[in-house]
Design a protein around this ligand. Structure first.
Ligand code: SF4
Length: 382
């Protein structure tokens, strides 16, 4: 069975105040050593089940800012992954890029090295919002980066947007959507800003120096995103993701469908299903510690967790429910040898009666109201 490969590049030019990813603002980064560590980890994993002998379906360079690395560095990792596992024909190979860190030559080189899908962290086209979010790029740089990506031969292109930013109005969000759509990407991700613990925004919120938009306003913005993007040809297929027909992000579908993925790099998580149960593990978070251990032993695991049948069924439920198509009841039964009703009958009844889930055509999915209250729906399955 094929699997998805995630490769984490943990460096950024500066740390955005809302970001809780495993990323570090640096002036210089040990690129060669980090790539050596990634290659060492790939080689070690290639000798372990369930990866041995299985080809790769999708690759995702995420971060951090993968576009800080030379395209040839990404190419070296890809080449090694292809040699060790084999890349399926038509494999989706995505790299995240900060619009402020690319130019035409770099994008051409990325394409030449095998990357065939690019994901730009646009976030907004409004200078005030971009500044508030602490971004290093301007709206103009996003426009230029998209034009250059096209010229470099990228047909698959995603733009990330963030909404519900303090100070933002509904009109601001509508303008961001219009500006993103005008650039003609085939995929748009639109995330509701969150204030996570351990971030500068999280601390500001706690200290009362910053306020979130009122819930009703955030809900109104989300409702507008959910109606505007589909109206403009981008069907909503996941809580935060919209795509032209057939252009859904295959890599991310792996996560939401509860399929296997191997994550390499500092802090990367992996998941391997094993019949009705599974295992999850994660790497050392600090890049220096990761590099040292991966270079020495190949494996730089910091911890792992066995997922018994109960946990596996719960995760499968709430991950699949993130998809607009929802969860296919037949697939649940095939995977776990028990029907969804047997396992989650009480929750299903309660949520359907409460108007948060809908059951039809052999699937269950979130209703419009369920989308707004998705976190509380998922909590029912924990
Ligand atoms: S560029 Fe992305 S990964 Fe880096 S700090 Fe900003 S949001 Fe986080």
């Amino acid at each position: 069975m094929s699997f998805s490969l995630y490769i984490h590049i943990p460096y950024c030019e500066s740390k955005c105040p809302y970001c809780d990813f495993n990323s570090y603002a640096v002036k210089g980064w040990p690129e060669a050593q980090y790539v050596d560590a990634l290659v060492a980890e790939l080689r070690a994993r290639a000798e372990q089940p369930p990866w041995t002998g299985n080809p790769i379906r999708t690759v995702f360079f995420g971060g951090g800012t993968p576009s800080l690395f030379a395209p040839t560095s990404l190419g070296r990792v890809l080449e090694e992954a292809g040699r060790l596992f084999g890349l399926e024909a038509g494999a989706e190979i995505t790299a995240e890029a900060n619009p402020g860190t690319v130019d035409l030559a770099k994008l051409r080189e990325m394409r030449r090295c095998g990357v065939n899908r690019i994901s730009f962290g646009a976030q907004s086209f409004n200078p005030v919002t971009l500044q508030f979010l602490g971004r290093i790029h301007s709206a103009g740089q996003t426009v230029t980066a998209v034009e250059q990506a096209r010229a470099a031969g990228f047909n698959q292109l995603n733009l990330d947007l963030i909404f519900a930013v303090p100070g933002q109005t509904l009109d601001d969000v509508a303008n961001d959507i219009a500006a993103a759509v005008a650039l003609g990407p085939d995929h748009i991700s639109a995330y509701n800003l969150t204030f996570e613990e351990g971030t500068a925004f999280g601390a500001a919120l706690k200290a009362g120096r910053m306020r979130q938009l009122p819930d009703e306003k955030q809900a109104a913005m989300y409702a507008m995103v959910r109606s505007e993007l589909p109206r403009r040809g981008y069907a909503m297929y996941e809580i935060s993701n919209y795509a032209r027909p057939g252009c859904e992000a295959r890599h991310n579908l792996t996560y939401w469908r509860g399929q296997c993925y191997l994550g390499i790099g500092a802090g990367a998580h992996s998941y391997a299903a094993d019949g009705k149960s599974g295992r999850r593990w994660w790497n050392l978070r600090l890049p220096a510690a990761y590099i040292a251990q991966a270079a020495e032993r190949g494996i730089a695991e910091a911890g792992s967790e066995a997922l018994d049948e109960m946990v596996s069924t719960s995760e499968f439920a709430f991950l699949n429910l993130r998809l607009i198509d929802g969860l296919e009841l037949r697939r649940f039964g095939e995977r776990f040898g028990v029907s969804f009703e047997e396992r989650f009958g009480a929750q299903l009844k309660r949520l359907v009666e409460g108007g948060l889930l809908l059951r039809e055509h052999g699937r269950i999915r979130l209703t419009d109201r369920g989308l707004e209250l998705a976190d509380s729906v998922f909590a029912e399955f924990l």
